[in-house]
Design a protein around this ligand. Structure first.
Ligand code: HEM
Length: 506
């Protein structure tokens, strides 16, 4: 068939004409798009699978593999790619890590807002407004995470833990999935510290709030970041869940206003500060995102690790027994009741063994990448020749770049708390050798609370139960489940493991 025959056929068949026109337009768009999003020549080299329009799929499908592969293919270990319309630079190595965590030109909130992107959009924020939001959020959270709050709340946190353990004790066949039961407990504790009394006290409302939160959490998909204006199911779900959460909190506030009822809780503090409704909801959801995932998932993992490590289980129990004996008013009471007399200061400072177990769990389970954005308006030198991070580019650092480095942490995928003993101190071998609690410009604001709740949950659990790990068929597991290191953040293992528990007498 000659070219003329072909043209005649296309122009006389409307379907074929539309098909060809669409293909031509799409190709033209892809070519133009690729041309306009070209990076400056001194940006780190672009990865080979950076597709037009969508960008690099590996970033979404196998994040850690994508990073390892990309960093291995450039001389500096830094590389560039796209996530939809966004230019992203991946940093790696010691220099990259220091720049990432120490540069004041890299904005944390701006990076997470787009690439992590879970918080429901209650109001669009631009420039100064974004900064105002971050300041407001930090101010409120810092007030709620002060010593006097912990002192006041300690007894209620402990009572919530005891309540959860009572429920776990009566789960069928003495078997519990910690990624559900302990995760829910952490959710309740987090609501106590950043949310509302009414939610923490009402199991049905607590469950509903958790479901809405999880709906938002699951809404960061590749398409929702690539095409944020397209009403994809994920974005619709997020908007729906955000609106429902808004109404849920609004109802509580209205009820309080109408009845004149007040509670000594975070919600009342926010109301008394004169915060508007959307700010209150934004604060609660933001705090849950900052706090719940890491705390809830690590609390569950910690028990799984201990259930498969007789050595560290014994060491933790010994520590718990010693501290309980130091403070117990009745040394003959069962261990779990002796713990009721432990003061806040001891909960915070006197659990180094449990602390090391938690530290290695965080090393392994802080997955995916941290995010920043170049907000300086200028190129930022990376310290490698004339290589720069272009203005407005997003910046990512894969936590595994340091946490799974075999030169720092030998046998890096193995949970081994003894790495953190003073004589080994593997995490001190390099600057920012452990970034599990954030470092430099962005240390974790919730670390004190997170450690406190982890110490309390672990101590009460081990004092109350003997435990072993098993699969869904009841087969004993002698090793913890494998972690999917390609995950984007701390997550529940699939399939889940179960804890088989029996109540301890002493
Ligand atoms: C085991 C539990 C936790 C872990 C492992 C953890 C870890 C981290 C890490 C690694 C960062 C730094 C992120 C970065 O540099 O990109 C961070 C920051 C932060 N964390 Fe946590 N976190 C935990 C619990 C909490 C809790 C319970 C809260 C609050 C209720 C919280 C609030 C925050 C906030 C607000 C920031 C941002 C600080 C800033 O903007 O400078 N975290 N956390």
């Amino acid at each position: 068939m000659s070219v003329f025959d072909y043209i005649e056929r296309v122009t006389t068949s409307p379907t074929l004409f539309l098909l060809v026109a669409a293909t031509v337009l799409l190709t033209a768009y892809a070519v133009l798009h690729s041309y306009f999003r070209r990076l400056p020549s001194n940006a780190p080299p672009t990865v080979s699978d950076d597709l037009p329009i969508t960008g690099a799929f590996g970033f979404w499908t196998r994040r850690w593999d994508f990073f390892r592969n990309a960093r291995a293919h450039t001389s500096t270990g830094n590389f560039s790619f796209h996530a939809g319309p966004h230019t992203v630079v991946g940093l790696s190595g010691d220099k990259g890590r220091q720049l990432f965590f120490e540069s004041r030109d890299l904005g944390l909130a701006e990076g997470y807002a787009v690439l992590f992107g879970q918080s429901p959009k209650l109001e669009d924020k631009e420039g100064g407004e974004k900064e105002e939001y971050a300041n407001h959020f930090h101010r409120r959270l810092t007030s709620l995470l002060k010593n006097d709050q912990f002192k006041k709340k300690l007894h209620i946190l402990i009572s919530d833990v005891q309540d959860a353990l009572d429920r776990i004790q009566y789960e069928p066949n003495g078997v519990t999935n910690p990624f559900e039961s302990i995760y829910r407990l952490v959710f309740r504790l987090t609501i106590r510290i950043v949310g509302a009394y009414e939610i923490a006290e009402d199991p049905e409302l607590l469950e509903r709030t958790l479901k809405l939160f999880e709906m938002i959490d699951q809404s960061t998909t590749a398409t929702s970041v690539m095409f944020p204006s397209f009403p994809s199911p994920a974005i619709l779900k997020r908007t729906y869940a955000g609106a429902r959460l808004y109404m849920l909190v609004q109802n509580i506030v209205k009820k309080r206003q109408e009845s004149g009822e007040k509670h000594d809780d975070p919600l009342q503090y926010l109301i008394d500060q004169g915060d508007r409704m959307f700010k209150i909801v934004e604060f609660v959801v933001g705090s849950l995102f900052a706090g719940l995932l890491n705390s809830g998932i690590n609390a569950a993992w910690l028990l799984c690790y201990l259930a498969t490590s007789p050595e560290w289980l014994a060491k933790c129990r010994e520590e718990i027994r010693t501290i309980a004996a130091k403070y117990a008013t009745n040394p003959n009471a069962p261990l779990r009741h002796q713990l009721d007399d432990v003061p806040l200061e001891a909960w915070e400072a006197e659990f180094p063994v449990v602390g090391m177990c938690l530290r290695d769990s965080i090393r392994l389970n802080l997955l995916g990448t941290a995010f920043r954005k170049n907000i300086s308006g200028k190129p930022i030198p990376t310290g490698n020749g004339n290589e720069v991070i272009p203005p407005n580019a997003f910046v990512t650092y894969a936590i595994a770049d340091i946490h799974l480095d075999p030169n720092i942490y030998p046998d890096p995928e193995k949970w081994d708390p003894s790495r953190h003993l003073p004589e080994r101190a593997e995490d001190k071998k390099k600057v920012h050798g452990f970034v599990g609690w954030g470092v430099a410009r962005h240390p974790c604001l919730g670390m004190r609370f997170a450690k406190l709740e982890q110490h309390i949950i672990t101590a009460y659990f081990l004092a109350t139960f003997d435990l072993s790990l098993q699969d869904k068929d009841g087969k004993t597991l002698v090793e913890p489940p494998k972690i999917n290191f390609n995950g984007h953040s701390a997550h529940k293992p699939n399939p889940p493991p179960f804890l088989k528990i029996t109540v301890r007498e002493k």
